[in-house]
Write a protein that binds this ligand. Sequence first.
Ligand code: NAP
Length: 278
Amino acid sequence: MAIIMDGKSLALSSEEELKMRVNSLLEKKNFVPILATILVGSDPASATYVKMKGNACERIGMKSIKVELDSDTTTEELLSKINELNSNPEVHGILLQHPVPDQIDERLCFDAIDIKKDVDGVTCLGFGNMSMGEKAFGSCTPQGIMRLLHEYKIEIAGKHAVVVGRSPILGKPMAMMLLNENATVSICHSKTTNLEEHLIKADIIVGAVGIPKFIKSNWIKDGAVVIDAGYHPEKCGDIDLEGIIDRCSAYTPVPGGVGPMTINTLILQTVEACEASL
Ligand code: NAP
């Protein structure tokens, strides 16, 4: 029987621990961690993600400040808002919801976030530190996946991991995190030829493509560990999971696998940023 890596229940138990940490910050230091979320424009999916993140803060007794900017916001205006939050000592973490409207230089804005408040792990400096094995807040989705792999004691060292996708927030940091734990890592992307030939050799597969059920079950070998980071409105991920759950050694369900760990990692890292600021 395959192990189901249950992100929903791990996130729930982590929230119980975080509630205690937040409570202790309040009782001992009279301090409440605060996450500032920035939403630019009115994309409904982004608005839902920001709302879910704010709700998670509330559940553990943290505060969130919601910054909502018009869809015609300029790079300079967004930078100015980020700088204001950087210099606000009451704010411990800053989340700039991706993607921002096209006229904004998203990379410049991500990199303007103070490294101590980069709880979403989006700055180049944070990525560089993490890649070099230095202390850093990891990008939340891959960091959440690493927490799941650790929770379920999945062996990583010496295993061949294949990450499909190389986005700055998911595929690339995922590959570096697995490499840091001594996996042999291949990164595949839209220009990869013979994708199936890479996947069939994988002991650990991470699907981070953004196309529903793109990775077919017959591209996956028996006994592999299957991580599906995708999530689509039809309630499926980037991997055709139905065909593999009887043959793999462990998998993340969709929904209830990677998604809850992303949000939980964001609030965990905000609590850590608050504790580190004291
Ligand atoms: P993204 O920025 O669109 O990146 C997609 C990646 O997939 C790119 O690197 C792209 O390659 C690669 N790709 C596209 N078509 C391909 C193909 N035919 N063969 C191989 N690779 C291909 O997406 P993302 O932000 O990383 O998100 C990926 C998935 O994760 C989505 O389903 C998204 O919804 C999900 N996600 C989930 C969470 C969560 O909390 N659960 C958070 C973030 C994202 P190129 O670089 O060559 O274009």
